[in-house]
Design a protein around this ligand. Structure first.
Ligand code: COA
Length: 177
């Protein structure tokens, strides 16, 4: 089914669509996992402003954002990544976020986005890649399916509660080339 999606670098004109996917996907994926107050309080305007800032960086930003569009050119998902942030996972690259609309899930777009981000990171000289996922999120199976191994764990606070996040890693990006 991978033929139905187009993956391309995001531009500032995508900020609103990315924010819409971000908020909708959070509310759907994390309902019952994260506090309702946090999910209900997510602001489209806040997310859009954040993405505008990220995509409008005057310097060529070190982070990469890609969007996945359906046949009608509508943004159905996005991925962002760049340099690994903790320095403690033994990986130099990282997936910061990957979110798809409900109707676009389980149709190959996620795997396509991860593959393209990995290749873009490799072109920039990165050799490996990590990703953090809530331990309770069934989507962690997605990373396992793509060949990632469990490499770390940490506690994070979200909406006033403590959650466990696990890190997955690909020690080499060559599997995506
Ligand atoms: C997780 C996500 C990015 C995966 O993208 P996707 O396009 O749905 O996944 P793909 O179709 O490429 O899936 C490839 C394989 O990964 C596995 N997989 C994907 N999502 C899964 C899930 N939620 N639970 C279990 N396995 C999953 C399956 O084995 C799948 O193959 P199959 O559909 O033939 O069984 C997407 O489902 C999503 O946005 N989920 C909600 C938000 C989220 O949790 N994001 C991750 C935050 S860390």
């Amino acid at each position: 089914m991978s033929g139905e999606w187009t993956v391309r670098p995001a531009s500032i004109n995508d900020a609103r669509a990315i924010a819409q996917v971000h908020v909708a996907s959070w509310r759907s994926a994390y309902r019952g996992i994260l506090p309702d107050s946090l999910l209900n309080g997510l602001s489209m305007e806040g997310r859009e402003a954040m993405w505008r800032g990220l995509l409008d960086a005057p310097e060529p930003s070190s982070s990469i954002t890609l969007v996945g569009c359906d046949a009608s050119n509508k943004v159905a998902g996005f991925i962002s990544g760049g340099k690994e942030r903790t320095g403690q996972l033994g990986c130099d690259g990282e997936i910061y976020a990957i979110y798809l609309l409900d109707e676009a899930q389980r149709k190959g777009l996620g795997a396509q986005l991860v593959g393209q981000l990995a290749r873009d990171l490799a072109v920039r000289g990165f050799s490996s890649m990590a990703v953090w996922v809530l331990a309770l999120n069934p989507a962690r199976r997605f990373y396992e399916r793509l060949g990632a191994e469990l490499i770390g764990q940490q506690e994070i606070e979200l909406g006033g509660q403590t959650f466990i996040e696990v890190a997955y890693g690909w020690k080499s990006l060559k599997v995506f080339l």
